[in-house]
Design a protein around this ligand. Structure first.
Ligand SMILES: [Zn+2]
Length: 232
């Protein structure tokens, strides 16, 4: 799995503590376990609560492993620390203020899609300004500016759809005061977060990866006495 704190893939196997049987759902017995591990990279803790549904007459033995059916609908895993980590946090390449709005938008998504959408709209506006894609204060026009920069078609179409899914035409405040808490359309808050994830990759993660690759190559070129590559 990827560490929800630092996004590094961590292979260390987690410790599982079984909490035992608590409750029933649809005639099945719920068996609860907690999976804990610390990321080998950033050392932060990750705790997941696992619910397995068992036949009433089946008795899990000591050391019963919930991993027997990882993709099975009898087993459900939710990350409880860090909270709201059903969606990965913003990658480390993203500037702190933008990452903080995104992470908070993910955190409150389940409890308040309205608050989440307000944070994600504000986050989008800041991102487009920070990347110098647009200086517009109006989010709809800032999206227009971004579309004019020839984004990859899938990213551009999804960004454009933020305005339709959020019904910006009927709610101009979403463009004019992006961070205001307003009613949301079904799926709007999730959509905004999906689009932000792809924009983070496009504007921050991929350029950082390319820069690191160029730097490595320049180092090799320098070792053999050659000039560095041209800057993009
Ligand atoms: Zn980590």
């Amino acid at each position: 799995m990827k560490c929800p704190h630092c996004q590094t893939a961590c292979s260390r196997s987690p410790n599982v503590s079984n909490l035992g049987r608590v409750g029933e759902i649809d005639g099945k017995v719920c068996f609860w376990s907690v999976e804990v591990h610390s990321c080998p990279e950033c050392r932060k803790p990750v705790l997941s609560l696992i619910q397995s549904l068992l036949e009433p007459d089946s008795i899990p033995t000591v050391g019963f492993s919930v991993f027997r059916h990882p993709d099975d609908d009898r087993t459900r895993k939710s990350v409880v620390v860090p909270r709201g980590a059903a969606r990965p946090l913003a990658p480390p390449e993203v500037p702190a203020d933008i990452a903080s709005d995104f992470n908070e938008a993910c955190l409150v998504l389940v409890d308040s899609p309205k608050a989440s959408a307000a944070l994600s709209r504000r986050c989008l506006e800041h991102l487009l300004r920070e990347r110098k894609v647009s200086t517009e204060e109006n989010l709809s026009r800032a999206i227009e500016d971004a579309l004019a920069t020839h984004l990859p078609p899938n990213i551009g179409d999804n960004l454009d759809a933020i305005r339709n899914i959020g019904n910006f035409a009927a709610h101009p405040q979403k463009s004019e005061r992006s961070g205001e808490i307003l009613d949301v359309e079904p799926g709007e808050a999730e959509w905004n977060l999906d689009v932000l994830e792809s924009l983070f990759d496009h504007y921050y993660v991929q350029p950082a990866k390319s820069a690191a690759r160029r730097e490595a190559l320049d180092k090799k070129l320098a070792e053999v006495g050659k000039k560095p590559m041209k800057q993009p």
